[in-house]
Ligand binder design. Structure first.
Ligand code: PMP
Ligand code: GLN
Length: 385
């Protein structure tokens, strides 16, 4: 933000994808898959268009999709949002996050988020007139280590002005999947300090090595105070459809809807039909999806490590963070701005996910790309660095 929430700066994803186009670079920056989702899902959206579903959907989304989202939450997590009052479809998770933040945050309020944190949080909190209070994750030690949350640091960040806990797991950009202990500490704090939680679970089905994704809303005392946000974009490889959702208790979801009506009102009618079909996928689809990405993660992690990056293996998501100090670089932003011309590859500097934006010797690579594209990216990095 360059002003008090009025003139948002350009996102790093726009900047880096433009550079990728200009240099014909392999885009391992912006997180979008280079393959479309399953063809029967695409066909369901096309059919909906041909069948005349081309006008506004209801504000909260078509009833079929709301029922499918509620069934998904029940099937995977034993959560039971009411399909009519406890689910709202949104223009991607981005709109759900922004609407929730605007709904619950008043000027002067503080919002706690894990740091590094996805860049739209800072913008949305600023739009609400609030202050983002980052709680840094501890950086991993060694390749097998993972970024972890220190519960004491989290507790110390809460003040009398704290209104909201913004929790993202699986976590972008680190790939960390919060475990039950970390989530338990967050839940205990939310209950003790009477805070609302908004959880960003867009990578819920992208967890590796047999880990489980645990929604914060499933923990004791959390259902009544949590808005859970998901997105079809990642799970079904249709990021351009921008179909996301917020689920939770009716009172909280009603407040998200109150704001949403002044943002998009509603969007994507035919895509909503497509995602209704997508959510009917059996468990096997989700298992194959995670297994496919685990394979790509392994190729990416091994490839980057062999080139000399200081790699931290992600537990989930389709991102990997990599230290660039071994190449004599201190500033990830400079490194990423030079990389397209130097190597024909695009990455994203992780410093943009920090409030202070201070130089960090670290970048993020996305591996939501075909294996041959990942291999080509690695080949170029090997040759150019
Ligand atoms: N949250 C996180 C952590 C993300 O990485 C993204 C996008 N990749 C979003 C939210 C936005 O999701 P959507 O594209 O559904 O708006
Ligand atoms: N969430 C995606 C990422 O982290 C990018 C989304 C966007 O371009 N705004 O790469």
């Amino acid at each position: 933000m360059s002003g008090p929430g009025r003139r948002p700066e350009t996102t790093i994803f726009t900047t880096m994808s433009a550079l990728a186009q200009r240099h014909g670079a392999v885009n391992l920056g912006q997180g979008f898959p280079d393959e479309s989702g399953p063809s029967h899902i695409i066909e369901a959206a096309a059919r909906a268009m041909r069948d005349g579903h081309n006008q506004y959907p209801p504000l909260a989304g078509i009833p079929e999709l709301r029922r499918a989202i509620a069934a998904h939450q029940r099937h995977w997590y034993d959560l039971a949002p009411d399909p009519d009052e406890g689910v709202t479809v949104t223009a991607g998770a981005t709109e759900a996050l922004t609407a929730a933040i605007l709904a619950f945050v008043d000027p002067g309020d503080e919002v706690i988020a894990l740091e590094p944190s996805y860049d739209s949080y800072k913008a949305a909190v600023a739009m609400a007139g609030g202050t983002l209070v980052p709680v840094r994750l501890d950086a991993p030690e060694g390749a097998q280590g993972h970024w972890r949350l220190d519960p004491a640091r989290l507790a110390a960040a809460v003040s009398d002005r704290t209104r909201l806990l913004l929790v993202n797991s699986p976590h972008n950009p680190t790939g960390t999947v919060l475990d039950r202990e970390e989530l338990g500490a967050i839940a205990a704090l939310a209950v003790e300090r009477d805070l609302i939680a908004v959880t960003d679970e867009v990578y819920e089905h992208l967890v590796f090595d047999g880990r489980e994704h645990v929604p914060l809303a499933t923990l004791p005392g959390m259902w009544d105070r949590t808005v859970t946000i998901g997105s079809a974009g990642k799970t079904f490889s249709v990021t351009g459809w921008k179909i996301g959702w917020a689920t939770g208790p009716a009172e909280l979801v009603a407040r998200v809807k109150d704001v949403k009506q002044w943002l998009s009102f509603a969007s994507g009618t035919p895509f909503q039909y497509g995602i209704t079909e997508a959510l009917a996928s059996g468990d096997g689809f989700y298992r194959e999806y995670a297994a496919g990405y685990q394979e790509r993660r392994d190729v990416m992690v091994a490839g980057l490590a062999a080139i000399g990056f200081d790699v931290h293996e992600p537990e989930g998501t389709y991102f990997v963070t990599a230290g660039i100090a071994p190449f004599g670089h201190e500033d990830g932003l400079r490194f990423c701005l030079e990389l397209p011309e130097r190597c024909g590859v695009v990455a994203v500097p992780t410093q943009v996910f920090y409030l202070d934006q201070a130089p960090r010797a670290e970048v993020r690579f996305a591996f939501c790309k075909r294996l041959d594209v990942i291999e080509e990216g690695l080949k170029r990095l090997r040759a150019g660095l």
